[in-house]
Design a binder for this molecule. Structure first.
Ligand SMILES: [Zn+2]
Length: 105
């Protein structure tokens, strides 16, 4: 499954998605500054080892209103604007679960 990467030309914010954000090629708006993001085609090479795609976990996540706080407290844990936490490998799963006080499964 392809990963679509977007990059903000204004502030450098990056977004990744397993799906395109829309059916058209319309750019996504930057969550940080609101500028139109561009597809970052060079970044769209498989950077992760095969066999594990990033899982966005709602269970480990937070309410969208707490995303900013989460980013401040846990800058090393990826989180989406909707509050889902990104797990990019089995090792990350264990690390993030422990750090957030969950039992890694
Ligand atoms: Zn931006």
């Amino acid at each position: 499954m392809p990963i679509y990467c977007f990059r903000c030309p204004k502030c450098g914010q990056r977004e990744e998605s397993l799906r395109r954000f829309s059916q058209s090629d319309d750019p996504k708006d930057c969550p940080a500054c609101g500028a139109a993001m561009l597809r970052d085609l060079r970044a769209e090479v498989p950077a992760k080892p095969a066999g594990f795609e990033t899982i966005w976990s709602e269970a480990l996540g937070v309410h969208p209103s707490q995303v900013a706080e989460h980013r401040r407290v846990h800058p090393d844990i990826p989180i989406r604007d909707d509050g889902c936490v990104g797990i990019s490998s089995y090792r990350e799963n264990v690390r993030i679960c422990k750090k957030l006080g969950f039992d890694p499964k």
